[in-house]
Design a protein around this ligand. Structure first.
Ligand SMILES: CC(C)(COP(=O)(O)OP(=O)(O)OC[C@H]1O[C@@H](n2cnc3c(N)ncnc32)[C@H](O)[C@@H]1OP(=O)(O)O)[C@@H](O)C(=O)NCCC(=O)NCCS
Length: 272
């Protein structure tokens, strides 16, 4: 069934019970229940005692296929039955899926039965700042901070690892229009370093132009974004790819703690 209105708020509260495993879908509902952004359908196997939740972007245009389908599952057998038998997952289209790496094997097996190809996009540590008072004080004297807007979609797309294509544009535009972002401006008012918020409330797409690295900009941005998200009542967390040692250290030094042995994975099924 599809959740609406008050059901979404109740489900947000229920998901707290399963933190940190439910972090991504919980963060998604926190934003969804407070901010009007691009439409997404939230589906559960049953309610209010759900076992599986699927947050499914509505595919209205080609670029929407890049937006992530997010899944939380409390019962792997039910998850398997749903993705094999129901129409919740449309296996005929391209879709990007984000979920607990442990459950991804189920998706891969069902995809293979259906002769659908899948590629792994990323496997990430989940880093959480549970207590914002653990954030060290970061000196931002002389650094000009602002937010990004619609005019920066191209800049973010060109530099994001999974961007550089038309498909990412609609997703980035939605993020910039509806969720918090933060950037450092140079003397001419151009962004040289930035951070955004995904639909799941995770901070991400952190990037500093190569010629401006090592000046402390990323630290200032993360610190500023932590305060923004916390003030809005949002969970403060992010995903760091396993191989990105610089970012891992950066977030650790700012008080973020890795959720031990948990990995979030992103897969793309079918090809563009
Ligand atoms: C990761 C990135 C955003 C860091 O930006 P930055 O503005 O240079 O970072 P800062 O100057 O604030 O440095 C933060 C810390 O990382 C360290 N650091 C930065 N670049 C480093 C490098 N190449 N090697 C080792 N340490 C590095 C700094 O010394 C600093 O450490 P400290 O806390 O001990 O002082 C930047 O390298 C980047 O854009 N990388 C490509 C995109 C990316 O990986 N984004 C992160 C996705 S989660």
């Amino acid at each position: 069934m599809e959740l609406t209105g008050e059901q979404l708020k109740i489900t947000e509260q229920h998901l707290k019970r399963y933190l940190p495993r439910s972090q991504q879908v919980y963060g998604y509902l926190v934003l969804r229940n407070r901010v009007r952004s691009d439409p997404v359908r939230v589906l559960v196997d049953r309610w209010p005692e759900f076992n599986v939740i699927v947050c499914k972007p509505q595919y209205e245009q080609k670029g929407d296929l890049f937006k992530d389908t997010l899944v939380f599952a409390n019962d792997e057998a039910i998850l398997e039955e749903i993705i094999r038998k129901s129409s919740v997952i449309d296996w005929t289209h391209v879709f990007c899926l984000g979920m607990n790496l442990r459950h991804m094997e189920i998706f891969k097996a069902v995809a293979s039965e259906k002769d659908v190809s899948g590629i792994q996009l990323a496997v990430c540590h989940m880093m959480i700042l549970e207590d914002v008072s653990n954030l060290p004080s970061i000196d931002s004297t002389g650094i000009s901070l602002s937010s990004l807007d619609e005019s920066h979609v191209g800049l973010v797309n060109q530099t994001w690892k999974f961007g550089k294509n038309n498909e990412a544009v609609r997703m980035i535009r939605n993020m910039l229009a509806n969720f918090p972002s933060c950037c450092v401006l140079d003397e001419e008012g151009k962004p040289v370093s930035w951070i955004l918020t995904y639909e799941s409330c995770a901070m991400g797409m952190l990037y500093t132009l190569p010629e401006h690295r090592g000046k402390g900009y990323a630290k200032v941005l993360v610190s500023s974004m932590v305060k923004k998200l916390h003030a809005k009542g949002c969970p403060v967390y992010c995903f760091i790819e396993e191989e990105n040692k610089v970012s891992y250290k950066l977030f650790r030094n700012l008080g973020f703690i890795e959720v031990p042995s948990y990995r979030e994975a992103w897969f793309q099924f079918n090809d563009y």
